[in-house]
Design a protein around this ligand. Structure first.
Ligand SMILES: Cc1cc2nc3c(=O)[nH]c(=O)nc-3n(C[C@H](O)[C@H](O)[C@H](O)COP(=O)(O)OP(=O)(O)OC[C@H]3O[C@@H](n4cnc5c(N)ncnc54)[C@H](O)[C@@H]3O)c2cc1C
Length: 433
């Protein structure tokens, strides 16, 4: 029998469990450990609540999660309840699938002013992450700036723009639903350092902006290269740019405006005790396509700034870490003897849910090769249970999670967003023990 611990129950964690199960069949026992009492990582806490069809991908992991040789061990924080060296002594292999949940700082003067928020915090707030439930973003202002030109920035701009009616069928949490319904924000600036051809936004998500009930996206054609240059783009990017060109049209005004500010590099945040304006330097592209400042600056009046500029994996004691890339130091998923990394903890924060699948399969193959000469003498889950019990850790199983999920579904009210539990104690209590 091979014993494998996977730390993290997001997509990368479950794809790894699936791959191990396929490769070793009944000769493996996998423990998927997560600090939260609920599984699926960013599928629950990152993917936008109005994108339920994407969140539904978690159903795919249920088959793996419910099989006899894979076990969910929720409410266990690795680094506090159990250490990586302890896990390495109990399991033949340990896979870090801990994601990249920490915001990268903007790194400009004024970025510590109240009203400057990282996207992990803002997204966690509207998705009911227990750590961000008390965020209380300042929505009593007329304008917000969202820094970044990727899909997370689009999610944030869209969520700030929607009417309560547009959240029906979503699972946005009640505190965010209520606060957004009363929001005074009318203008949302979306700032990117480069131009329309360099965006990292996908066409489907961009297209959605054109169909909002009470908000209209706007671009300025002066920011675009000649239209014939669009032919040089790969098809997906060309489609995205076509949407951006459409946003320069004469659509009638609505209650809110999403303004695309291209070639805009934030240089300073100013305000008296809270954010009042963002100072931006205009950029131009050099011959390598990098944004360089032109020295010309302008002001974007705004009372809230959400930075969507990337994430970092939190280091874990004793595990080699690459500070500049914000991920565990690894060579094609291998960190060291018996220790591996997958997903955002391995590659950094890029790609979609599906991008994490090959990581799991690659690492499973590597584990099979590394264990070919031995393995199977470790205690695995029996040892973990003994250790956690001695430390008074309240382990949450997958069956417990199913009870939590059923209790959440039972709270659903007709015509309102689904109500997720937010506090850890609420989740633990919903197990009905
Ligand atoms: C705001 C946002 C929106 C997104 N929207 C989409 C989308 O619409 N479509 C799409 O395809 N992709 C989307 N993505 C990307 C997608 O979510 C990621 O590709 C994917 O979640 C990364 O998977 P992961 O398993 O590496 O990390 P995660 O999903 O972050 O999972 C990591 C898990 O590890 C656990 N963990 C961390 N540290 C510890 C520890 N010390 N001990 C125990 N457990 C720990 C966490 O609790 C978490 O459950 C989005 C990402 C973000 C940030």
């Amino acid at each position: 029998m091979r014993h494998v611990a996977v730390i993290g129950s997001g997509p990368a964690g479950y794809y790894s469990a699936e791959a191990l199960q396929k490769l070793f069949g009944d000769e493996v026992r996998v423990d998927v450990i997560d600090r939260m009492p609920v599984p699926y990582g960013l599928i629950r806490f990152g993917v936008a609540p109005d994108h339920q069809s994407i969140k539904a991908v978690s159903r795919r992991y249920e088959k793996v999660a419910l099989s006899d040789n894979v076990r969910f061990c929720g409410n266990v924080l690795v680094g506090r309840d159990v250490s990586v060296p302890e896990l390495l002594s109990l399991y033949d292999a340990v896979i870090l699938a801990t994601g990249a949940p920490n915001d990268r700082p903007i790194g400009i003067p004024g970025d510590d002013l109240p009203g400057v928020i990282g996207s992990a915090a803002f997204v966690g707030w509207y998705n009911g992450h227990p750590e961000f439930a008390d965020l209380d973003p300042p929505l009593d202002v007329a304008a917000a700036a969202v820094i970044g030109n990727g899909n997370v920035a689009l999610d944030v701009a869209r969520i700030l723009s929607k009417t309560p009616h547009e959240f029906v069928g979503s699972d946005i949490v009640a505190h965010a639903f209520g606060a957004l319904a009363n929001s005074a924000i009318r203008t949302i600036h979306l700032l990117g350092r480069r131009g329309p051809h360099q965006i990292a936004m996908t066409p489907k998500e961009l297209g959605e902006l054109g169909h909002l009930e009470d908000a209209v996206p706007r671009t300025d054609l002066a920011d675009f290269p000649p239209e014939m240059d669009d032919a040089l783009l790969e098809p997906g990017q060309r489609k995205s740019v076509t949407h951006l060109r459409e946003f320069s049209g004469t659509t009638p005004d609505k209650g809110k405006t999403i303004l695309f500010d291209f070639f805009a590099k934030p240089v300073r945040i100013e305000g008296d005790g809270r954010v009042e304006r963002l100072i931006v330097e205009r950029t131009a592209l050099d011959d390598k396509g990098a944004a360089v400042g032109t020295g010309e600056t302008y002001e974007v009046p705004c009372g809230m700034i959400v930075s969507c500029i990337g994430y970092k994996t939190p280091p874990i004691e004793g595990v080699p870490y690459e500070e500049d890339r914000g991920r565990f130091a690894n060579s094609e998923g291998v960190i060291g003897n018996g220790l591996y990394a997958v997903g955002w903890a391995r590659r950094g924060p890029s790609g979609t849910i599906g991008t994490n699948r090959p990581d799991g399969y690659e690492v499973a193959e590597k584990i099979a090769a590394d264990l070919s000469g031995g393995g199977g003498r470790k205690q695995g889950r029996t040892g973990l249970d003994r250790l956690l019990e001695s430390r008074g850790v309240d382990l949450v199983t997958f069956r417990d999670w199913q009870k939590i999920e059923a209790a959440e579904a039972a709270r659903a009210r007709e015509g309102a967003p689904r109500e997720k539990f937010i506090a850890i104690e609420e989740m633990l209590g919903a197990r009905g023990r």
